[in-house]
Design a protein around this ligand. Structure first.
Ligand code: MRU
Length: 339
């Protein structure tokens, strides 16, 4: 991990400290959450976002509750609130429950140790995803030209990144030469966060509007698409930022590998397929406004699903820290659990 990237989530002086991603790229500042409600608010308002990062924040939220009360019922109630803060990324529920189990076993110290372990394990998993991802990067003279959507980088995790982890490892190995960054409407995680992160890392990249992906692929300028995930069902169906499904359809049409990179904490074997994944619907204001400025007429209806589900049939490979699952994913993905 290059040290100059700010730490997305940490425990500091008895509070949960999150890098305020709403203020990026112009300002690097932090939100110090001193109550569980403040942690929930940081998660729902996208101050902290990205599946593994909200998992770490939720885990530290449980540790915060445990440090502040001796009532087990209060800690359990706080965990339930944290778990509900956002519905789609399974990492949140997974991390909250794991930390709550540790609290039940070992009290407040046990909860904090568990939260620290979740964050440390996530960084190690992402570095392993980067290494494993080298095997899925297509050969191309001078390195592959890769397209990514949303932000599945250092900022979206406890550190290093998943999809951007594959890009970082690939760039360091001379296997990636350039990244196309989808701006990622409506909240612009690509334009604000991925563009900032890749610039900080010195990885050559170019920002495009989401609608440019089709013509870039048709022109032969994209060798691979790599994205992160919020929840991967047992059969490989994958929920990720809205627009991911469309990219997968485009990649199939143009015969371009479409790769998902995620830690095992994003795989939800209890969910059989994508139909069972809850997709968060967010405030229509995110669609009618850009950067806080209204662009749509007053009174217009807007619909804002934050994620979509890409069918496994469109996914070439899923890269995890346990290894790479390839088609048929319904068979190869659950098999990785035993590694
Ligand atoms: O709404 P967001 O910004 O939390 O959505 C994030 C994504 O869709 C990411 O691709 C996903 O969480 C993976 S992050 C490693």
């Amino acid at each position: 991990v290059r040290e100059h990237l700010p730490v997305p989530v940490s425990w500091r002086n008895g509070a949960v400290r999150v890098l305020d991603q709403r203020a990026l790229p112009h300002t690097v500042k932090y939100v110090e959450c001193r109550t569980v409600d403040e942690v929930c608010n940081a998660i729902t308002s996208l101050a902290v976002r990205g599946a593994p990062a909200i998992g770490a924040a939720g885990a530290y939220g449980v540790a915060l509750a445990a440090a502040q009360t001796s009532s087990s019922a209060s800690v359990h109630a706080a965990a339930a609130r944290l778990e509900r803060a956002r519905p789609t990324a399974v990492n949140l529920a997974w991390a909250v429950r794991r930390t709550l189990d540790a609290y039940d076993e070992g009290g407040a110290d046990g909860a904090l140790d568990a939260a620290d372990a979740i964050a440390a394990d996530d960084v190690a998993a992402n570095e392993a995803i980067g290494r494993n991802g080298l095997t899925v990067i297509p050969e191309h003279d001078g390195g592959a030209r890769v397209l990514t959507h949303c932000n599945a980088g250092h900022l979206a995790t406890a550190g290093y990144g998943t999809a951007i982890g594959v890009i970082r490892a690939g760039y360091d190995a001379g296997r990636v030469q350039h990244v196309w960054i989808d701006e990622t409407r409506p909240v612009l995680q690509g334009a604000r966060l991925t563009a900032w992160e890749l610039h900080e890392l010195g990885i050559p990249s170019t920002l495009v509007v989401d609608a440019a992906a089709a013509s870039l692929m048709a022109a032969g300028d994209v060798d691979m698409v790599v994205v992160g995930a919020d929840r991967i069902a047992a059969n490989g169906d994958t929920a990720n930022k809205i627009g991911t499904y469309g990219l997968a359809v485009l990649a199939k049409h143009h015969d371009i590998p479409f790769v998902v990179a995620a830690p095992w904490s994003t795989v939800d074997l209890a969910t059989p397929d994508g139909r069972a994944i809850t997709v968060e619907t967010r405030d229509p204001d995110e669609v009618t406004h850009v950067g806080g400025t209204r662009v749509a007429p007053n009174g217009v209806a807007a619909h804002n699903p934050a994620f979509d589900v890409t069918p496994a049939a469109l996914i070439s490979a899923i890269v995890t820290e346990h290894g790479v699952a390839r088609r048929p994913l319904a068979k190869s993905l659950p098999a990785l659990a035993r590694r």
